[in-house]
Design a protein around this ligand. Sequence first.
Ligand SMILES: [Zn+2]
Length: 112
Amino acid sequence: MHELSICQSIVDAVERHAAGRPVRAVHLTVGALRQIVPDTLTFCWELVTEATPLAGSQLVVDHVAAVVRCLPCNRRQTLTEMNLVCDVCGGSDLSIVAGEEFLITTLELAEA
Ligand SMILES: [Zn+2]
């Protein structure tokens, strides 16, 4: 379960940025290609933050679909396991436009 180690590294980054200030919520953007299950991630967040200053804070996962662009015809489409070729020309020369994101977007700090 790699979500656990991911959560640990988020905790490290958040604690560095919060610098001792109480954190209410952490917003995270995760692309579909990252193969991360948002529910598992929020579950692991509770485990990892328990008994730390981040206990009780909320992890808000913003899931981004994978989008590809067909290089020959420029068509953009959402990538699923069912369509690994272009809907329009059938080409498989696709460039990833979105879906590889993994970043902490916002830290909500509580009133001190
Ligand atoms: Zn195409």
